[in-house]
Design a protein around this ligand. Structure first.
Ligand SMILES: [Zn+2]
Length: 451
């Protein structure tokens, strides 16, 4: 059983949308009220308010603020939980202190369990009913595999003025065909790497396949550039000078965001098409662990190749480096295959000669497009060389690397090697029962924000 997230676009009538906007407003109020509560308690009593304390305030809160009473209680709890999650990651130093949120930018709310909503869909379009608002919305979208929907999050995107329903769905998965380190099926193994000249290089032991960077991103990019240039020439809003945005500026900004959205949609579409096609052909994928963040870091100050690095960053980001890698990985796994993430530092695919295994430090230079081995005379283009090395390593036939996969502790992407700091999750909601006694400290400080 795997948990997947699928998002559908919602279509509402005017009255339905007003109801949705109202519910969103109340959830935003509650979110801000919870933050105010925590701020107040900390300033006044140096006390850290817990999730449970805030959750226990909810029934009394609803009694005082009757407007809230019709909203689903678990959805309200989930909003309180959002504050708790934000504070938890703040306490762990993962993010800044939670701030009040503008109602007009507030994203939405969550139904953390099965009650309060009902979905009528088999993965393609359908409807969703929100009991607390008393509305049934049409939705459009397609899920690749469908199962039992477990939670629902209603999302509003203010810039697009669009509503979405995001479900987590329990989907039955295929059994893994082979273990991570045993019984590799050689005939359907592919090594893939992300290059800069070619977006993606694949090698399956016999032939190479090279996918080039899609042209449309560059094409749309010029359009975005033109539109943003025009935007800069219009009167932008300025709060300190009390200047309002001109109508032309607003119109132009809308155009810019539309174009940007189009580019990102095109990119996503291309990535999904390409990766699905690859994943459908192979059972085992081999790639290296990439650190895109480090790769796209700005050039060092005073560095000569500043422009070059900026251009490289752009081409890395335009393909969506990390995304495409993980997409192939999860899509192969989804159909029961396995993806091996080779440790880059240990194997050095881009510096190693696929033929004799000698490591050439000078190959690491990105300007070095064509590699000629000084030890054995083997010639190979840079991107092809590294996929060959990875392919060989996966089959345990790479010269110069005596280690087998097990020895070099090669993690498959299914292993939970990434240790994330745990900040809790919505799942806890169902497990925590509300305590009977409801204590309001200092006469309802929750009122502070809404009052
Ligand atoms: Zn060599």
């Amino acid at each position: 059983m795997a948990t997947k997230r699928y998002t559908f676009r919602l279509y509402s009538t005017k009255t339905q949308e007003n109801k949705l906007l109202e519910a969103r407003r109340y959830h935003a109020y509650l979110y801000n009220a919870c933050i105010a509560h925590r701020n107040f308690e900390w300033k006044a009593n140096k006390k850290t308010v817990t999730y449970l304390e805030q959750q226990n305030c909810l029934p009394a809160f609803k009694k005082d603020w009757v407007d809230f009473a019709y909203l689903h209680s678990q959805a309200l709890q989930a909003t309180v939980k959002r504050v708790d999650l934000a504070y938890n990651s703040f306490f762990q130093g993962l993010r800044g202190k939670p701030k009040f949120k503008l109602v007009r930018n507030y994203s939405g709310w969550t139904y953390p369990a099965l009650s309060g909503w009902k979905v009528n869909s088999d993965g393609l379009h359908g409807t969703v009913t929100l009991n607390d608002l008393g509305i049934t919305l049409r939705m459009r979208g397609q899920a690749k595999s469908w199962g039992v929907p477990t939670t629902l999050t209603i999302v509003y995107k203010p810039s697009q003025k669009q509503w979405f329903a995001s479900f987590t769905v329990d989907v039955p998965t295929a059994e893994t065909k082979s273990g991570a380190h045993s019984g590799l099926r050689y005939e359907s193994i592919v090594a893939f790497d992300l290059g800069t000249e070619t977006a993606l290089t694949l090698y399956d032991g016999e032939r190479f396949e090279e996918l080039s960077n899609p042209r449309f991103t560059q094409k749309s990019e010029t359009l975005v550039k033109q539109a943003s240039k025009a935007l800069r020439r219009k009167r932008a809003p300025n709060r300190t000078k009390k200047v309002k945005a001109s109508r032309r500026w607003k119109k132009n900004r809308k155009l810019v965001s539309q174009l940007q959205r189009k580019v990102s949609n095109q990119r996503k579409d291309w990535q999904h098409k390409v990766t699905s096609e690859i994943a459908s052909r192979y059972d085992i994928g081999v790639t290296e662990q990439l650190n895109t963040k480090a790769m796209t870091r700005k050039a060092k100050k005073g560095s000569k190749c500043k422009k070059q690095k900026a251009g490289l960053n752009k081409s890395i980001l335009s393909v969506g480096f990390g995304a495409i890698n993980t997409m192939i990985a999860y899509k192969i796994e989804q159909k029961g295959g396995v993806t091996l993430m080779l440790p880059t530092k240990k194997i050095k695919p881009s510096q190693r000669c696929p033929h004799c295994g000698a490591v050439h430090k000078e190959w690491a230079e990105l300007s070095n497009r064509h590699h000629v081995c000084t030890d054995c005379g083997f010639e190979v283009p840079r991107d092809r060389g590294s996929v060959m090395v990875m392919y060989n390593v996966a089959l345990n036939q790479q010269p110069g690397l005596g280690t087998s996969l097990v020895d070099c502790r090669c993690p498959s992407s299914t292993d939970s090697t990434k240790k994330r700091k745990h900040t809790g999750s919505m799942k806890q909601l169902g497990q925590m029962k509300r305590q009977k006694s409801c204590s309001l400290v200092d006469g309802n400080p929750v009122r502070l924000a809404t009052g």
